[in-house]
Design a protein. Sequence first.
Length: 144
Amino acid sequence: RDEFRRRGTPVPAGLDTNEQVTFLFLKADIQRALMMTPSIYFSFQDLKIGQKATSTITITNNTDENIDLTDWTADAGLMLNAVGKVTIKPHEKYDLTATLIPAVKGQFSGTVMCKTNHADHPDLTIRAYGFVQENESPVFQKAK
């Protein structure tokens, strides 16, 4: 057995050795400082031209310090319930709601951005997606 070690060759399988093998399994519960649920983007369902639609994301502060969200911007016609500075206390949640009144049919995508005071996440970007349909189909009208 020592002859295999001296030559640097592997010990053949099945050869009885006095060596003990130990396996270590590491497990970690890693959480981001800011967690978004139910998803990391705004998902708009049943969008129709000219009809107001909303989507909400819950932002959770997993740190032991206040996190400030400031300098909100939104494009593509998105409107937010957040105005100015929003402070999320340690281990608390904030519901961020985006509102949209689509003007054209087809795929919709937009972006919401803000600044944070957290060193690891100075900027927060949240995407928004959906599909806009016509309010009434020109082919299949309801009988009056």
